[in-house]
Write a protein that binds this ligand. Structure first.
Ligand SMILES: Nc1nc2c(c(=O)[nH]1)N[C@H]1C(S)=C(S)[C@@H](COP(=O)(O)OP(=O)(O)OC[C@H]3O[C@@H](n4cnc5c(=O)[nH]c(N)nc54)[C@H](O)[C@@H]3O)O[C@H]1N2
Ligand SMILES: Nc1nc2c(c(=O)[nH]1)N[C@H]1C(S)=C(S)[C@@H](COP(=O)(O)OP(=O)(O)OC[C@H]3O[C@@H](n4cnc5c(=O)[nH]c(N)nc54)[C@H](O)[C@@H]3O)O[C@H]1N2
Ligand SMILES: [Mo]
Length: 859
């Protein structure tokens, strides 16, 4: 850079929270403004040989680590998010919420906010905490503090409030779900015992696939979208290379997602959440054609006889799970099922996921997850070229078993300095999926709400058999909420029920701290303005990108906007008012925590702190001899006795005695997996009569142009038609993909505005008519920024989580259900709607940003 006024700082650009970031970027700053964000060129600062760049060699070709970071479009566009007009610049209070008088909970989401000072805001919060503590006890305060966020460490995005309440002596925590992998957690864990996350053993699989796999089956996986945040562009590059070396790529999904469009050799469309039927029909083919690994099943698994009888129709349901049986259920022609099964048996195949696809977040998702493990077992899971790989976090939190990429010698960690969320199980907690139910019901310690498990990703299998309750003995109901994660409505199950809960008069106080005025912020009583990581000094770590594990010093790029403070500082202001600031910060300043983080990072012996700070970052060398690391389930495959799995028998438990003993009457998650189209908890199936009213299954994928609720107001993305579609009223609607056959039937043409509805409410979208979606299915990404038409009923922005099922995965599995549910769809006239709902449709709206903050704040 020749221009002397331009300063370059380093920032990690992933969105993961818990301090784990991804993909280092160089940020150029001039005159207090961000000019641009670009990949970091490691070779500008270092001789790369010292980091032992890895090279995977297979079939006469090579694939190597990159000497620059491979950042995502989100990183490049993020400067727009930092300066978004939706930023909250000073503390806000709802104008008709008076903590000493009328609280008007019914007006949450309706009445406007007014500006107050930090002093006033923190006085009110401190007084409210003391009042609630006195009157009801600290367990009546719900801390919502999970979720992804900016990858901040000392200034942690989530859970600084738990640090404060740990000092105060109690609270009720909203326990984060294993959201990304519900099916693996509630299902597959019982089969293959993989703890803590429930996903596969996937060490060194980039090499294994390249050497040994003929066919890689992307089963509910978009290699060009969801790896962006963590692996950046590495997964994309790897797939291009697989094509070069002749590894065939088969995509099984209802839509031609972006990875499918770029890399597929074959697309097999399947109806959402009917994969279990497809699994069973493949297994049926293998069983009847005698092309499965009988010896492996004998030595490596227990209980296969139950599943076998079920598949062959020799048990109570008397239905052989033939390809013909599966065809009308899953929409895959039986000849395709047979062809796939035969190819699979003849060749070596692995399955690829990012986290498993929306099907692991649908109704009864434990069933397809368990069946997939059984399917892989029948062909010798762990044999060369036969594994299940996850292509998203390439060195997942440094867990040895979760690193498909060549292993790093040192995996950096900043756990010691992380100021958010404490990873302990508090006395009182409620699963995130059950929050509306908890608030809207009448529960006491004597007549409590009950469920199984702490429901936090990472908790062991046996925890799923423990029954917990809200309120805990001696505690009272919730009366106050403090959220640093205000996107429940647009990211969780049955968002409309959460809006009802936020109107409850039981909840006397709702505090939110957040950088942007959006989603649940609309229902707050008091809001604290938070800044972005570009406005802070911090230390960051990336142990997930697969290229080089990285530790970086994050220098402040720009000054905090308005009166915003970091989450850690904001909570600190409240701690001061409560007289517990020193205990809250544990006696250390920001700078001291940064240094403490470095000193405990595992990098402290590789480079001095001074040099680290001056250079901006340091990389971990690739481990010597990584090529010889075991691959996936290789060790278990070779010797199951010596390398027992973490199940009670040490084998693959196709039949789980534990599930049978703990939940003897559970027909929704029995001891062995089945295809369950509907049941007591859910009726979201084309096979259920409800589908006459709501005939389409909706796929609600992770958004291509957002990370969940994040970044919906980046104008650069909104210009892209798969991000937003311009309505005739100038509003940018969230696209809804519809197959041309269905569109014709419904009288819908590309660009029409459509209503997507079911008995839980409705939302709008722009019709994107395309053969990229199979008939009978519609697709709308999740996480669009809420713009309610009628609170708790309808929404203009396409926040389809509002109308997801409210019930959890199944009776005894408290997971989220957010995709693969029934909806109706029809063309609508926005000008007619505008007449009917003038308040919502007359809100000030800025193209490129969305609905404006001015509608909510009295300036
Ligand atoms: N329909 C549908 N829904 C789904 C899924 C699906 O497949 N389909 N997938 C599920 C999955 S896997 C996940 S992980 C969840 C994600 O759900 P969440 O993790 O709850 O959502 P995020 O948008 O990632 O982030 C949470 C909030 O943190 C805020 N935030 C970001 N940075 C900061 C910060 O520095 N400080 C503060 N205070 N706040 C910050 C964001 O703006 C956002 O409001 O969604 C789930 N929901
Ligand atoms: N751009 C972007 N990237 C992200 C995120 C984001 O919000 N935006 N979120 C991050 C997080 S927290 C997570 S957990 C991961 C999630 O990563 P994934 O679990 O892989 O993501 P999904 O988008 O839920 O699903 C991937 C693909 O599954 C297919 N699919 C959907 N339903 C079904 C089904 O019923 N059956 C089959 N066979 N296929 C189906 C669709 O083609 C979809 O593109 O992504 C991460 N990366
Ligand atoms: Mo996730």
């Amino acid at each position: 850079m020749t221009n002397k006024d331009v300063k370059t700082v380093y920032k990690g650009t992933g969105l993961c929270s818990f301090g784990v970031g991804a993909n280092l970027a160089e940020v150029d700053v001039k005159d207090g403004k961000i000019l641009r964000t670009r990949p970091a060129r490691y070779d500008k600062k270092y001789d790369m040989e010292q980091f032992r760049p890895w090279t995977i060699k297979a079939r006469g070709r090579e694939f190597s680590a990159s000497n620059k970071s491979l950042i995502s479009p989100f990183a490049i566009g993020y400067k727009k998010r930092i300066t978004s007009p939706n930023r909250i610049l000073y503390p806000l209070k709802r104008e008709d919420w008076d903590p000493n008088g009328e609280r008007n909970p019914q007006n949450r989401g309706k009445s406007k906010f007014v500006r107050i000072s930090w002093d006033e805001a923190t006085d009110i919060i401190a007084a409210e905490i003391n009042r609630v503590k006195e009157k009801y006890g600290l367990e009546s305060v719900l801390l919502q503090c999970d979720g992804h966020g900016e990858t901040k460490v000392v200034h942690a995005a989530h859970g600084c409030n738990t640090r404060l309440f740990d000092v105060l002596g109690g609270y009720t925590m909203q326990a984060r779900q294993p959201d990304s992998w519900e099916g693996w957690y509630w299902g597959a864990k019982h089969v293959w015992g993989q703890d803590p996350v429930g996903q596969a053993d996937m060490g060194n699989l980039l090499l294994d696939i390249a050497e040994n796999t003929d066919m890689l089956v992307f089963w509910g996986c978009d290699m060009e979208t969801t790896p962006w945040g963590w692996g950046g562009q590495l997964p994309s590059n790897y797939c291009n290379w697989l094509t070069e070396i002749g590894v065939k790529q088969v995509y099984i999904c209802p839509d031609v997602n972006y990875g499918c469009a770029a890399h597929n050799d074959k697309w097999i469309p399947v109806y959402p959440n009917t994969d279990a039927a497809l699994h069973l029909a493949i297994m049926y083919t293998w069983l009847t054609e005698d092309t499965w690994d009988k010896e492996y099943m004998k030595t490596h698994s227990v209980g296969f006889e139950y599943l076998k009888k079920y598949i062959l129709g020799e048990d109570d349901d008397k239905t052989p799970k033939t390809p013909k049986w599966a065809e009308p259920i899953c929409g895959v022609p039986s000849r395709t099922i047979k062809a796939l099964a035969r190819k699979w048996a003849k060749q070596t195949a692995s399955i690829a996921h990012c986290n498993g696809g929306s099907l692991v977040r649908s109704t009864y998702s434990h069933e397809p997850a368990r069946l997939e493990v059984c399917l892989m077992a029948m062909q010798g899971l762990g044999a060369p070229g036969r594994n299940i790989v996850k292509f998203i976090e390439w060195n997942f939190y440094g867990m040895d078993s979760q690193q498909p990429a060549p292993r790093s010698e040192v995996i950096p960690s900043l756990d010691a300095a992380y100021r958010g969320y404490n990873f302990v199980q508090p006395a009182s907690f409620i699963p995130k999926t059950l929050i509306p139910k908890a608030i809207l019901g009448e529960y006491t310690a004597e007549n409590p709400l009950k469920w199984h498990g702490f429901t936090l990703a990472g908790w062991p299998r046996w925890d799923q058999f423990i029954e917990y309750q809200y309120p805990i003995p001696g505690a009272q109901e919730l009366h106050m909420i403090w959220s640093d994660t205000p996107c429940w409505t647009t990211c969780w199950n049955g968002g409309n029920s959460m809006i009802d809960a936020l109107h409850s008069d039981k909840i006397e106080t709702i505090i939110v701290q957040h950088p942007w005025l959006e989603n649940d912020c609309l229902y707050a009583d008091l809001i604290l303005p938070v800044n972005t990581k570009y406005e802070e000094n911090d230390i960051g770590v990336d142990s997930v990108n697969g290229n080089y594990c990285t530790l970086y010093y994050e220098e402040q790029a720009v000054r905090p906007l308005g009166e915003s403070k970091s989450d850690w500082e904001a909570v600190g202001e409240v701690a001061k008012k409560l007289g517990v600031y020193d205990a809250y910060v544990e006696g250390k300043t920001e700078e001291e925590w940064i240094r403490f983080g470095f000193e405990n990072s595992h990098f402290q012996d590789l480079i001095s702190f001074e040099e680290f700070k001056e250079k901006g970052y340091y990389l971990s060398p690739t481990a010597e001899g990584w090529e010889n690391d075991s691959r996936g389930f290789e060790n278990f495959y070779k010797n199951p006795e010596e390398n027992a799995l973490n199940t009670p028998t040490g084998k693959l438990e196709i039949y789980s005695e534990e599930l049978a003993a703990n939940f003897p009457d559970d027909v929704e998650r029995g001891p062995y997996p089945k295809f369950i189209p509907f049941g007591e908890s859910h009726q979201e199936s084309r096979l259920h009569p409800r589908s006459e009213k709501y005939p389409y299954l909706i796929v609600s994928n992770h958004p291509r142009w957002r990370v969940h609720a994040n970044m919906d107001d980046i104008s650069w993305f909104r210009e892209i038609e798969t991000c937003k579609m311009l309505g005739p009223d100038g509003y940018q609607y969230e696209p809804v993909w519809i197959n041309p056959k269905d569109a014709q039937k419904l009288g819908i043409v590309h660009g029409d505005i459509v209503k997507v509805y079911n008995d839980r409410g409705w939302t709008l979208g722009g019709a994107y008519v395309s053969e990229r979606i199979m008939p009978g299915v519609v697709l709308q990404d999740h996480g669009s920024r809420l713009d309610p038409i009628e609170d708790g009923v309808s929404d203009r922005a396409g926040a389809n989580n509002l109308i997801c099922p409210t019930a959890t995965t199944s009776r005894n599995a408290a997971g989220e259900v957010t995709s693969g549910f029934l909806v109706g769809i029809e063309k609508t006239d926005v000008f007619e709607l505008a007449k009917k709902y003038p308040e919502a449709f007359n809100r000030k709206y800025d193209k490129g940003i969305g609905v404006s903050i001015e509608n909510r704040v009295k300036l």
